[in-house]
Design a protein around this ligand. Structure first.
Ligand code: PLP
Length: 371
């Protein structure tokens, strides 16, 4: 699905030098590499504060911990996403309220959010799924009207840009009260282990989240609240700092590959290409097809036989997961998410796909669908 080896070869000298510097400085935790990357990421995203943490799931957990929510408070999340989005809500004793998604963009449906708001709702966690921003402008307006926090799960969408009706453009993760991202190796800005970051423009939230990520500590060994231990290590920061200057190039390479797939599949009655939302760019963390009237397992097997990995993100919506069984929800409640779970197939998508590889993948997909 990804080719991290070839990507490394192009910037090997920078990455190796960065890692070497960390080893020689022996500043493995915190230190100058982490601060340098933090500052560079602030400059890139336009977020006032970037807080580096251990991974994307921690970022989401720390964000929710900073909001001062109480058990039973409701947090709205889409049912079609990676489990981490709702996992941290449940883990903190808050109540996840799941909503359906849009068939075209596969992002949270605004109508479903509107219907899910109750007097107990405290926050909304939109997910910018597969690299395209959710409908942020109307969502932010809705949140404002009901005095709700918005915590963006931008783990798949770093670098995606959303344009508001007044012409201003903001990056994924910097539009709500808090944004969270992941640097898991296969993410669009990936390190060589685990990593994540939190974005906010709010000074107060920034200082609480910094404290929470550091055992709830502001003054050394004085703990003002219960926190966690979550930090980006310096070797990962060195890798990320070497890759960040190339992020826009990487995004452009993914977008070129996506456009190539789009053209090749246009007009095929069995293949729907990813729907686009005009306000947002799409950074294609995944290129996800919807297969209509074909046996998906058979297509996937045929691709596998040709040496082409294809993945199902995500086969089971949250409300149908064993650990999240809830008398409020049953199969059939979220028809779009359930239909997507049954028909999506993500093709290889990364920065190193060339025309020959794309043609190989495309011809095998079209061949497999005919069978
Ligand atoms: C990857 C991902 C996460 C979690 O990030 P980790 O760094 O793996 O903890 C959360 N939400 C979404 C949508 C993701 O894709």
């Amino acid at each position: 699905m990804v080719d991290l080896q070839s990507q490394y070869q192009h910037i090997k000298a920078d990455i190796d030098r960065g890692i070497q510097e960390v080893i020689e400085s022996a500043a493995f935790v915190k230190g100058p590499k982490v601060s340098a990357f933090q500052a560079n990421l602030e400059a890139y995203t336009g977020a006032k504060h970037v807080i580096p943490v251990g991974n994307g799931t921690d970022a989401l957990q720390i964000a929710l911990m900073a909001l001062g929510l109480k058990p039973g408070d409701e947090v709205i999340t889409p049912t079609f996403t990676f489990i981490a989005t709702a996992e941290v809500v449940a883990l903190l004793g808050l109540t996840p309220v799941v909503v359906d998604v849009d068939w075209e963009t596969m992002n949270m449906s605004l109508d479903s959010v509107r219907r899910a708001i109750t007097p107990r709702t405290k926050a909304i966690v939109p997910v910018h799924l597969f690299g395209q921003c959710a409908e942020m402008e109307p969502l932010l307006a809705l949140a404002h009207e009901h005095k709700l926090y918005v915590v963006e799960d931008a783990c798949q969408a770093i670098g995606a840009r959303y344009t508001f009706s007044d012409g201003t453009t903001r990056q994924a993760g910097t539009m709500g009260h808090i944004g969270c991202t992941s640097f898991f190796p296969s993410k669009n800005l990936g390190c060589y282990g685990d990593g994540g970051a939190i974005f906010t423009n709010d000074d107060e939230l920034a200082s609480s989240m910094r404290a929470i990520a550091n055992h709830g500590m502001v003054v050394r060994y004085h703990h003002d609240r219960i926190g966690v231990n979550s930090r980006l290590d310096a070797i990962q920061a060195a890798v990320l700092d070497a890759k960040l200057p190339h992020l826009d190039e990487y995004i452009a390479a993914r977008q070129r590959a996506a456009a190539y797939y789009d053209r090749a599949f246009a007009g095929n009655e069995h293949i729907l290409v990813p729907g686009r939302q005009k306000e947002s760019t799409h950074v294609f963390h995944q290129y996800t097809l919807r297969l209509i009237g074909v046996d998906r397992d058979q297509v996937r097997e045929a691709l596998q036989e040709a040496g082409i990995p294809a993945m199902i993100y995500y086969p089971v919506p949250l409300h149908m997961q064993k650990a999240y069984q809830d008398p409020r929800y049953r199969e059939g409640d979220f028809p779009v998410a359930e239909r997507l779970a049954a028909c999506v197939l993500s093709l290889p998508m990364h920065t190193e796909l060339d025309e020959e590889q794309l043609n190989y993948i495309i011809s095998h997909v079209i061949e497999a669908i005919k069978k």
